[in-house]
Design a protein around this ligand. Structure first.
Ligand code: KIV
Ligand code: NA
Length: 264
């Protein structure tokens, strides 16, 4: 199987929509890869989905590397992109590069993702100068949740929309290979997508983006309290799994399991 590269992703703009899902472990990554996904994001949403935290802020670089190592072992074809966690790239460009280098060296992933535009310009530049591909992330950037105060749609007002347009252009100029846009108006996402030459990957950003990304546990219906408008659930695994567990409990209690064929 031929590996999807950041250059493959770049070249898909205007030709073929890019499909992306998150994964945090070997078993899910294997299935996501087998389903033909173009790119896998080892998102810092692992902080919520894997660890049960309320925000993405607590997850550490070591924890992200552990998730990334597991995903890389499961993904044979997909491009693997890893989030730089909160606090590992905002302070200074050297720290940012050190963090990105650790992810690349210790996990074998293919690219990193950072939240923000102008604020992290020097960090993005330093990482790209070292030969590490960078994916941007604009709009509702969850590492800034305490500044935003809510998870509502971003960039509805002119000033924030213009900053997002400028940041997308800046990321393109710095050499980012694509940019995630999270929870912004579809019309703005369309405008940005048409104004830059690198692919935009949307989550809650409408159909005009060059690609789409979802948290895999959300689209599989494993999470059940999180129901934003943009989320399409393809399965209801929360119900399926709790139902299977209930059945197992019942079978153990009633000594239906194991039966004659299930013992030595
Ligand atoms: O961490 C994550 O899952 C993400 C996607 C939602 C884009 O950053
Ligand atoms: Na993230």
């Amino acid at each position: 199987i031929k590996r999807i590269t950041t250059e493959t992703i770049r070249s898909m703009k205007g030709k073929e929509k890019i499909s992306m899902l998150t994964s945090y472990d070997f078993t899910i990554a294997q299935m996501v890869d087998a389903g033909g996904i173009d790119a896998i994001l080892v998102g810092d949403s692992a902080s919520n989905v894997m660890a049960g935290h309320e925000t993405t802020l607590p997850i550490t670089l070591d924890q992200m590397i552990y998730h990334a190592q597991s995903v890389v072992r499961g993904a044979k074809r997909a491009l693997v992109v890893v989030d730089l966690p909160f606090g590992t790239y905002q302070s200074d460009p050297q720290r940012a590069l050190d963090s990105a280098v650790r992810i690349m060296k210790e996990s074998g992933a293919h690219a990193v993702k950072l939240e923000g535009g102008k604020e992290i310009e020097k960090s993005v530049k330093r990482i790209i100068n070292a030969g590490i591909p960078v994916m941007g992330h604009l709009g509702l950037t969850p590492q800034s949740i305490y500044q935003f105060g809510t998870y509502k749609v971003r960039a509805k007002e002119e000033a924030e929309a213009q900053k997002l347009i400028d940041d997308a252009k800046l990321l393109e100029d710095l050499g980012a290979f694509s940019v995630v846009m999270e929870k912004i108006p579809a019309a703005l996402a369309k405008k940005v997508t048409e104004s830059i030459s690198i692919p935009t990957i949307g989550i809650g950003a409408g159909a005009h983006c060059d690609g789409q990304v979802l948290v895999v546990h959300d689209m599989l219906g494993m999470t059940h309290e999180f129901s934003p408008k943009f989320l399409r659930r393809y399965l209801s695994l929360y119900d399926e799994i709790t139902g299977a567990v209930q059945q197992y409990v019942q079978d153990v209690k009633s000594v239906d399991f194991p039966n004659e064929n299930e013992q030595y």
